[in-house]
Design a protein around this ligand. Structure first.
Ligand code: CAA
Length: 256
C-alpha cells in the first residue's frame, strides 16, 4: 500500500498521508513519496492548489520514532539527510493547504507549517513534543513556530511539549480556519478551489512575497513586492481582472 495517496480533482489535488497504523509517522519512505507526489503536481499547470491531509485521527504524529530514532546517532541522522526532503517541500510553488484533523505533532506540526495555509478540523491538536524525547524540533519548528506565534508562546510550547487544540491554534495565529469535523475536508477543498480560481501568476508572486516577509528585511520584502506588483501589469490576467470589474462580469483567469 502506498504511503501517500493522490487524488486529482482538477484544478485542485488532494494528497493524503497514508500510514494510519502509526498515525502517519513521517518515515523516510513516506517523505520520499510525499516529495515525489508534490513535485509531480507542481510541474502540472492543470493543478492550481493542493490540499495536504491525513486521516481523521492524525495529520501526522511526527518523525517515525521507532524506525528513525531508536538506533540513531548524529552521523546516521546526517546521512538520512531529512533536511533536503523538507527543503524540497518548501520549494513547491503551487499553494498547499494543510488540512489538519487529529494530531499534528513534532514533524507533523512542522510539515503543516511548511505549507502555505493551515486549516483545521475542530478535532485537531498541534504540538512540538520533541522535548519529551530528549531532543528539540528538527524540521523547522523552532523557527517557523516562533515566526508564526511569537517568541513567548513558541517558547512555552517547545519547552513544555504542550498540545494546542484547534481553537487555541486559531487564536495564536497558527490556523486560518477551524471547520466542523463532519465537513472539514470538503471545507478545505472549497478553500483550495477558491484559490485555484485566482490568477495563477499573481498567486505565485503573492505566495513568494509573503514567504519573503518571514525570511528577510522589510526593505528587501517591500522591494520584491514592488517589482512583483509592476510585473503583474504585463499579464493578460490583469487585463481580464480589471475588464471584468469594469464590465460587472466574472473574470476567467488563464495564467498568462
Ligand atoms: N513514530 C512511530 N510510531 C508512532 C508515532 C511516531 N511518531 N506516533 C504514534 N505511533 C504509533 C504508536 O507507537 C502506536 O503503535 P502500536 O499500535 O504498534 O503501539 C500507534 O502509532 C498508535 O499510537 P498510540 O497507541 O500511541 O495512540 P494514542 O492515541 O494513545 O496516542 C499520540 C497518540 C499522543 C500521538 C502518541 O502516539 C504520541 O505521543 N506519539 C508520538 C508523538 C511525538 O513525540 N512526535 C514527535 C516525534 S519527533 C519529531 O517529529 C522530530 C522532528 O522534528 C522531525
Amino acid at each position: 500500500m502506498s504511503n501517500v495517496i493522490v487524488t486529482r480533482e482538477d484544478p485542485i489535488a488532494v494528497v493524503q498521508l497514508n500510514r494510519p497504523e502509526v498515525l502517519n509517522a513521517l518515515s523516510e519512505g513516506l517523505l520520499d513519496e510525499l516529495v515525489a507526489a508534490l513535485e509531480a503536481l507542481d510541474s502540472d499547470d492543470a493543478v492550481r492548489c493542493i490540499v495536504l491531509t491525513g486521516n481523521e485521527k492524525a495529520f501526522a504524529a511526527g518523525a517515525d520514532i521507532k524506525t528513525q530514532f531508536v538506533e540513531a546517532t548524529p552521523i546516521s541522522m546526517l546521512k538520512q539527510d531529512l533536511t533536503t526532503r523538507w527543503e524540497r517541500v518548501r520549494k513547491i510553488r503551487t499553494p498547499i493547504v494543510a488540512a489538519v484533523s487529529g494530531y499534528a505533532l513534532g514533524g507533523g506540526c512542522e510539515l503543516a507549517m511548511v505549507c502555505d495555509i493551515i486549516v483545521a478540523s475542530e478535532t485537531a491538536q498541534f504540538g512540538q513534543p520533541e522535548i519529551d524525547l530528549g531532543i528539540i524540533p528538527g524540521a523547522g519548528g523552532t523557527q517557523r513556530l516562533t515566526r508564526t506565534v511569537g517568541k513567548y508562546v513558541a517558547m512555552e510550547l517547545i519547552l513544555t511539549g504542550r498540545r494546542v487544540k484547534a481553537d487555541e491554534a486559531k487564536a495564536i495565529g497558527l490556523v486560518a480556519h477551524v471547520y466542523p469535523a463532519a465537513t472539514f475536508l470538503e471545507d478545505a477543498k472549497a478553500l483550495a478551489r477558491t484559490i485555484a480560481a485566482k490568477p495563477p501568476v499573481a498567486v505565485r508572486l503573492a505566495t513568494e512575497a509573503v514567504d519573503i516577509a518571514l525570511n528577510s528585511t522589510l526593505d528587501a520584502g517591500l522591494e520584491f513586492e514592488r517589482r512583483s506588483f509592476y510585473l503583474l501589469f504585463a499579464t493578460e490576467d490583469k487585463q481580464e481582472g480589471v475588464d471584468a470589474f469594469v464590465n460587472k462580469r466574472k473574470p476567467v483567469f488563464k495564467g498568462r
